[in-house]
Each structure stands twice: as C-alpha cells, then as structure tokens.
Ligand binder design. Structure first.
Ligand code: GDP
Ligand code: CA
Length: 342
C-alpha cells in the first residue's frame, strides 16, 4: 500500500510515528513543510523537515519535541558571548552538524530534496521524506507593533514574539514562483490514500498547499484524502495555531478548519480550480479548497460528525484525537484508514 502524508513539524511527526507502526509494510511518502526554513549564521535551517527526520529516526529530544536528544548549546553560548543573535532560535551543537552538512551541499549546488535524501541516509526514518519544493519558499508575517507595520520572518513572530502581536497577514513568500519538488505530485497521484496530518492548518499544511500544483493534485487524485483535525474542542492542542487561523479569518474549531480544507464533492459538484484560486476568493470561503473525502474530529467535537452538512462533500467521523502515546496515535491512523476504506 502507498500512503502519502502532508506534515509540518511536531504534530505531523508525531502522527507519522503512528502511520509507520499502523502499516509497517506500506510505502510511506511524506511531503514536508519548508516554509519555516530560515538562514541563521550563514546556515540553512529546515526545522519541520528535521523534526520529522529526527522523530522518525530516533534522534529527537522527546522533552522539547524539536532538536536532538542529549543536546548541548556550547556554540550558541559562545555566539551570545560575542553578542551575536538571535537568542530566540535554539541551535544545539549536535543539530548544528545537520545544518552544516545541508548548507555545504546547497552551496555545492545540490537541491534541497537531494540534501534531505542524504541526511535521511543517516537517520533512516522509514519513510520517503520529500520537501514540498526545492525552491525557497518562506513564511513571513505582517505585523503592526510599536516598531510600525512590517514583515517579519515567521520564526521571529512565532518564537521571539510568541505570536502575541496579531498577524495582519501570513504570506508564503516565493510560493507563486515555486514548483513542487521531484516526486511530490506523483506521490499524491499514485497513492492509495492521502493523509493530511494534524499539523498547523495555516503555516504547515497551508504553506504546502501554497506551492502551485499540490492542491490541484489533491483535488484530482483517485486516492481518498483524509484530514485529521489539529483543533480539538476549539483549541490547538499545543502551540498557537489560533493566532494563525485568526489571520486568515478561520475560526479555531474542527468544523471551521475542515470547512476551510473543504469537501471534494466527488459527485461532480466540484467548483473548477480557477474559481478556487487565491486565499480570499468567494468560492473558497464558501466551499473551502475542495480537498477532503474524510475529516476526523475529536470525540469532544462529535456534533460536527453528527451534522451531515458540516463539510459538504466529506464524511466526518469523531474519534479520540489526542496523540498521548504511540498506541493512541496508531488508533487515529487506523480510524483514518478505515474512513478511507483502505
Ligand atoms: P509544528 O510545525 O512543530 O508547529 O508542528 P505541526 O504544524 O506539524 O503541528 C502543530 C499542530 O499539531 C498544533 O497546531 C496542534 O493543533 C496539533 N497537535 C499537537 N498535538 C496534537 C494532538 O495530540 N492531537 C491533535 N489532533 N493535534 C495535535
Ligand atoms: Ca513548523
């Protein structure tokens, strides 16, 4: 069986541990978010891809959810002693080796997807990890604070400002000119099932969907597309996804996020792709992106599953969605595969 999953960082990676255990014989392809990527100290850093790679490769810090276990921060301390920041981005010594290898390879002319393959040769994550694009696509946030109206890198808004300043807009810079990385569209077209993991709907999944061609591939694939809600009982389980959803005018509820992704209307009612273009178009606001055959919500959101009109075109099912441990996570994956009928 071929499973293709869209994933961001911590939420996506945790979900993927369940996918791997639920279907150990499956060929699993992960399309990862690179919108969080940033260059610091001359090093290219890909936080979400690394979180997936370290988590599935057994090198993640379980406590933090990002970066390496048994980590030290000697280099960061030395940089701080020189007054060289930023201090808000954690860069451990072990982790730095990954960024050094990646930067060296990129400077030598390799594509990001080649770099990911090389890094995964060490970590053996048990999945084929693909960046959404080899092109540089970065999430920037428009804010208006005491320093005036300006755009900051997503990481500055998220880590330094802890999303405390409202985002006027969230932009996927470079997305319009980007193309999907090799293998991405094929992985969606040739899948037996596509899973949209419980990742941030705006700055993880939304960013992946901002790469031209990916959302269209999801709309036309013969594979069932099943989404797992990252929102439970009106709140992001961890993190500040509500601040991102607010910026795009979507309520922080499982119903609203499901409606934002939108049902696929396989019976032929699907609005044509051009009508759906743009992030604030009327058709999209009413029908969503037209991506989902199925949407899993938590049992506390059972009212969404009970309402046949909640997400027109998609079947909604309520199951426990807290990824408290591996067993609970595997059960979520099983529920998603059952909903997909595979
Ligand atoms: P990030 O890139 O590290 O922020 O990670 P992701 O974008 O992959 O996932 C972050 C999202 O995971 C958060 O917005 C949460 O809503 C969601 N999340 C975290 N833990 C859980 C959980 O146990 N269950 C569900 N359903 N969602 C979760
Ligand atoms: Ca992320």
């Amino acid at each position: 069986m071929r499973i293709t999953a869209l994933a961001g960082g911590i939420g996506g990676a945790r979900f993927l541990t369940g996918v791997r255990v639920a279907r150990p014989d499956a060929e699993i392809t992960v399309i990862g978010n690179t919108g969080d990527d940033i260059t610091l100290h001359g090093l290219r850093i890909c936080p979400d891809l690394d979180t997936v790679m370290y988590t599935l490769g057994g090198g993640i810090s379980e406590e933090r959810g990002w970066g390496r276990e048994d980590e030290s921060f000697v280099v960061s301390g030395e940089l701080a002693a020189y007054g060289v920041g930023p201090s808000w981005f954690g860069l451990g010594d072990r982790d730095l080796a990954t960024h050094l290898v990646r930067t060296q390879m990129i400077d030598a002319g390799y594509k990001l997807s080649d770099v990911v393959t090389a890094l995964c040769d060490r970590w053996r994550p048990g999945v084929r990890l693909l960046p959404m694009s080899d092109d540089r696509v970065e999430t920037h946030v428009i804010i208006n604070d005491d320093q005036g109206r300006r755009a900051v890198h997503f990481q500055e808004w998220w880590l330094k400002l802890r999303a405390s300043v409202p985002a006027e807009a969230i932009l996927s810079v470079g997305a319009a000119e980007s193309t999907p990385a090799p293998g991405v569209l094929d992985a969606i077209a040739a899948a037996d099932v596509v899973l949209i993991g419980p990742s941030n709907p705006v700055v993880s999944i939304g960013t992946i969907l901002s790469v031209p061609g990916i959302a269209d591939a999801l709309r036309v694939t013969l594979a069932p597309v099943i989404g797992i809600s990252p929102i439970i009982g009106g709140a992001a389980v961890r993190g500040m996804a509500d601040a991102c959803l607010k910026a795009i005018g979507v309520e922080t509820t499982a119903r609203a996020v499901g409606a934002h992704y939108g049902g696929r209307h396989r019976d032929g009612e699907t609005a044509s792709a051009p009508e759906r273009k743009g992030t604030s178009g009327g058709a999209e606001r009413e029908l969503g992106h037209g991506l989902l055959d199925g949407w899993l919500v938590d049992v506390v959101d059972a009212d969404v599953a009970a309402d046949p009109d909640a997400i027109p075109g998609a079947t909604v099912k309520a199951v426990p969605l807290l990824m408290t441990d591996l067993e609970a996570t595997v059960a979520i994956v099983e529920a998603a595969l059952e909903l997909a009928g595979v």
